[in-house]
Each structure stands twice: as C-alpha cells, then as structure tokens.
Ligand binder design. Sequence first.
Ligand SMILES: [Zn+2]
Length: 331
Amino acid sequence: MKRRGILLPTVVALVAAAALIGIGPAVPSTDGCPTVDAAGTVSAATLESPVPARACALAGKVVGFGPLAVRVPEKDGEAVTAAGSARTGHPTTLTVERRHGTVRARIWRPGGAPAPRPPVSRMGRAVTETASVRCGDAAGAWLGMRWQSPYRWTMRVAGLPAYLGAFEPVRDAVRAAATSVDQGRNSCGLTADLALSQRYSGETTRDAGINADGTCGDRDDRNVVAFGRLDGGLLALTCLWWSRGRTVESDVRISDVPGLFTLDPVAGCSGSWDLQGTLTHEFGHVFGLGHVSYAEHGELTMSDGLAACSTGFRALGLGDYQTLRGQYGTT
Ligand SMILES: [Zn+2]
C-alpha cells in the first residue's frame, strides 16, 4: 500500500502525546486523599480506587489525564466522561464518577501503551477496499451511558476556521455524520434498526461546555458542537455528562488547527482528516460508544486513532454498529 506523507507529523504528534500522558507516579497524600497540584488539578491515576468525596473536598476539582481533564461532579450519582479522539492511537477516555460518597476515575488504556506502529493509513480511500475487515471485526466498547430522550444539538458559527470556507457545507458534513449514527448507516449491509433520535436544532452563539484548555467544564443543558482549541494532538473531544447511566448532555469540540480537516479528501490529500468521518466517530461517543484500540481495530470507526485522508469512517463498521445496537436496538 502506498504510504502517505503523514508519517513525520503524526510521529511528532505521537511523541507529544506520549509526553503529555507521561504522568508521574500516583502518590496519595498521608490522609488518603489525592494530592492537588499547583494548578489545582488532581491526577486521574490517584483516583483509580474510590476516594471519599467530602472528606477529600473533591467537588469541583479538575481531574486530569494527559490532554484530557474533567471537573468532579457536584452531586452523588453524577459522572463526566471526556473522549478525546486522536490523530494517532493513544489512551484517550477518562470518566470521573461520583458514587456512594466517593469519587473514582476510570482511564481507558488500550493495552496500556500507545499504538506500537506509525499510523499509516491501511484503509485506503474507498470503503470497499477494506469492507471485509471493517465487517469482520465485532470489537466495540461502551462508555456506560445512553440517551433516554432525543438528542437535540446546535452548532456554533463563531470560531469556524477560515480555511474551511463557508459555514453551510461544514454544517452539512456534521449533520450527515449525526444522521449516519442515528440511522445506523454501516459498511456491512446490515439493516439498521436503532431506536436513536437526534435532531439538529440550528445555529447557536453558545460555546460547547469545554474550557479553553480542553477541560470538560460545567454543563448548561445545551448540546453544542463547536470549533475551538484542543491540545495534545486531538482532532476532537466529546464531553458527556451523565447520571446513573442516563446521558443528560453532550458537547463536542472540533480542533481549529489550520488545515487539519477536509470536507472532501481527494488524490493528493496529505495530513488532513475527513471532517464527516471524524464527526461520525464523535457522534458515536455522544451516543455512548467508547474506543477500540487503533493497533488492533484501526479499521473501525471507533478506533482511538483515525487514519488521515480516508472517507472510510463516514459509516459504521461491524463492531461500531453492533455495540450501538446492543444499547439501542429495537429487537
Ligand atoms: Zn474518540
């Protein structure tokens, strides 16, 4: 297979991400509470075992892991999940749950290490090239929450990067991605029978509930898709706020790095990602899909690293679809 010119930048991104993820040892303080650093952040690694929420005054504290961070929910029973979608595979899902008076962090690690090989696209540009791989791989992960009411979302016009041109074609690509997940559009000829419901409710001036530093911030009961700054080599970030398995809000931030996305990958594409395919992946998160390892399942739409210059992620692969169906299937 022809190698694309993305090797160097993606290797650099991988190194940068590895440096960010290279967190220090988890050292609890003597009172059994996790240490808060000078920036007011608690390392997620110190919360992998439950810690008393009140005794350690954790409400509102920021829990960080690599480029991801979420704020500890205020109420018992609530949880926040950050799903960062990367140019290359690396650990990118963090959930912080407040439950039975404790706070606990769950970090998703694909085998405990970054992807072992450079992310050269194995998918090619046509779905048909690898449909047999996408449709033979039943892997999937569930984040633990689902929508029990229709997901209605808006999109922010401000912040749209100039290189992408007019708002309307960008919005249409994002809407097409949401529709793909809603309708269970897949590469495998499976008849979709999902009880999902999403609706685009128009433009908004609001921003996603995601802070400038990429932290999942406070929820405002509005589901917003917006462009903005993201660090750590992330293409996009989805934040989910949920309670006892029920999703109450989900916001998506798409990186505004110039030239990162394209609406139409064509011959000569190099180092750009298909916006629609990337957003299909993000809406997968919105509906509760987690990541599968790039190293082992790089052809699936929910792989934690997406190959550049491929439109192959616009639909769902077998594992993506079946995992969704396991939660939202009508039969
Ligand atoms: Zn992702």
